[in-house]
Ligand binder design. Structure first.
Ligand code: G3P
Ligand code: CA
Length: 258
């Protein structure tokens, strides 16, 4: 390398949390499309199962916060969920947005965009590998094994994904206070995961070092200001999850990380 030339740092993944939720209703197709325009490297999204076992993209186990529906997602069929308005709560101009099926989101995200599918703990049935199996089968059917990272706060679900579908990359989400004091490498080893994901409040030099020394990819979420994004980059994070991916993109560019 030429002496004095700026050292190219490693590339850091830019991840749009629920798409681009500061510009559009979270976890909707328009939110994912806007994230693509930034562009992000990966979109993060949350999944639940409908009553008739379709994988749907929504954060909460219940419908009230982000739709005009009521009750639990899992008590509604896909057809019933599709009737709901998933955008007006954010702004009236998004009134046509619907809860997407995961398959629709996969169709809307061209290569090389990566997808982080978070299985919400409420969607997991202990002792039954239903959502894990349906999700893995969908990923395999679409040949998306190298473009999807499956994560969950429910480490049992992460472990089941890995044993059923070893080719699909997985990540353990650090749950506070449940996982307090536990080492990332140990949590990941127990679930067979390749990535460790934590919030900016939990990220520390010790945590990042333990994870990376053990070959894990570290992803930090809750990074919505340049100050917080820079803090995570100083720690050496491999991925930045942000509700403001446009801001995060500028910070990464300024540091020669994209
Ligand atoms: O990226 C991880 C993050 O999405 C976990 O928290 O509540 O936003 O799904 P939550
Ligand atoms: Ca999530």
């Amino acid at each position: 390398m030429t002496e004095g030339a700026p050292k190219a740092e490693k590339r850091v993944l830019l991840i749009g949390h629920r798409g681009f939720p500061s510009k559009a209703p979270e976890n909707t197709l328009v939110s994912f499309r806007l994230a693509l325009e930034v562009p992000v490297d990966m979109v993060e999204l949350d999944v639940h199962l409908s009553k008739d076992r379709h994988i749907v993209v929504i954060h909460d186990a219940t419908l009230e916060r982000t739709t005009n529906g009521h009750g639990a997602v899992r008590d509604h069929t896909l057809a019933a969920l599709k009737q709901l308005d998933a955008g007006s709560w954010f702004a009236h101009s998004f009134g046509e947005e619907r809860i997407p099926e995961l398959a629709e989101v996969f169709d809307a995200l061209p290569e090389p965009t990566l997808v982080n599918v978070e299985i919400k703990s409420d969607a997991v049935r202990d002792g039954v590998d239903l959502i894990e199996r349906l999700l893995g089968e969908l990923i395999v059917r679409r040949h998306l094994e190298t473009r999807v990272l499956v994560s969950s706060f429910h480490h049992g679900a992460v472990g089941r994904m890995k044993s059923l579908f070893p080719a699909i990359e997985t990540g353990v989400l650090y749950a506070f206070p449940r996982d307090m004091g536990k080492k990332p490498a140990e949590l990941a080893r127990l679930a067979g995961a390749e990535a460790f994901i934590c919030s900016r409040r939990e990220a520390s030099e010790r945590i990042v070092k333990n994870a990376q020394d053990n070959g894990l990819k570290v992803i930090v979420y809750g990074l919505d200001t340049p100050e917080h994004i820079n803090m995570a980059l100083d720690l050496g994070t491999d991925g930045v999850v942000s509700n403001v991916p446009d801001v995060a993109s500028e910070v990464l560019k300024a540091r020669n990380l994209r």
